[in-house]
Design a protein around this ligand. Sequence first.
Ligand code: ARG
Length: 466
Amino acid sequence: MTLWSGRFSRPMSRALWELSESFSFDHVLYAHDIVGSRAHVRGLARAGLLTGEEASELDRVLVAIEGEFAAGTFARHDQDEDVHMAIERRATELAGPIGARLHTARSRNDQVATTLRLFTRDALSALGHEVLDLVDVLVELGERYEGAYLPGYTHLQRAQPVLLAHHLDAHAWALLRDVDRLADTRTRLNVSPLGAGALAGTSLAIDPSATASWLGFREPFANSMDAVSDRDFVAETLSSVALLGVHLSRMGEELVLWTTAEFGFASLGDDFTTGSSMLPHKKNSDVAELARGKSGRMVGNLVSLLTTLKGLPLSYNRDLQEDKEPLFDSLTQASLVVTAIAGAYRSLTFHATVAQRAAHDELLGAIDIAERLVADGMPFRLAHDLVGRAVGDAVAGGIPLSDVVAATEQLATYGDVFEEGYTLASRRSPGAAGPAALPAQRVRLEAARVRARSSLAPITPVLPSL
Ligand code: ARG
């Protein structure tokens, strides 16, 4: 018998049961569901809908049920459709007739919305902290190889030399924006739906603002229909995670390239690489490929939810149950990737000699000659053209650019740009890739890291004593 079987004369078909049960995946919500119920019990007691003794007893059994889940001893019954009904069923078993009062002035519709917000709130901070740890690893790697540089690319063609620290910081900035989005999503989701009931509130004298504040929500819902039908917070989470996934994928792609024999800029530690079942010599960067590959399902999960939501009339519809698996999957996969890719960077050896040799390509000095001509008064377009011709001659003749420059009257005085380190050192404008510009960037990066950390400060329920 289900908890709602009163008006039915035949039990649910097996096929519908298997379609609709969600305990198999929503059981992970148990702790957040229980804290929501414990706040609800306090609200019922305040409203005079439970005596103090009844409330204490219900609270005691809810804590006991949480213990059963945590210990792995919670026994699911055949009729437990989802985590919410499983907990209520067990509370009724443990508390006897008082259990039948737990769901007063509440629907699973406001309950599941409350539970999922509490769960997502914690998950967003946990993931945000993992991303910040990855930022730490990137910054440390740049510091470990202080002064090392490599070619910076556009169109995957060598463009200009850049400090390794500058290059890695570029990824750190993208990740800090991800943390900002995760924190921002958490702030916006922090509104309590508890008290909205099925869709229209209740005739009973509950106080949604009290339960909201005990659960650490900023405020209670303003509109009961919006409260039970809103899954924007899931869409925003999936969107923020998808973009994080895209950033991790790009980092993965770069690690794949860097660790090829063709690039040879880096090697990953043995503990972050895999071998081949057939080819004895292989050392593969699977960690980076999985970072790239996993992003596909994070993007897919976002599209899945948006597609689910787009045709739904107000208010709660059972389609909304399809919010959970994409959400859990994206959060789990993102956490796996962030943690593994942080380990991969920590294990990374940067082959500075190889990378710097690639950056010593004389053609990368072409812009420096053009900028020196500009500094001496020539309009940039003319300078570009003049140097472009010299490059064309060098490439066509198979001779070093420095030789052509030395032999060209208007350019001959600028031969020093080909001295080692000249090009990198001259990138000193604000935010540029050279060593002189790095300290000021690091000041801003450090401030952003501090801000990001404080934006993730814990938000925790504080339940009043009974
Ligand atoms: N498991 C359901 C969900 O995730 C709970 C809400 C069910 N509500 C209902 N009216 N059938 O959405």
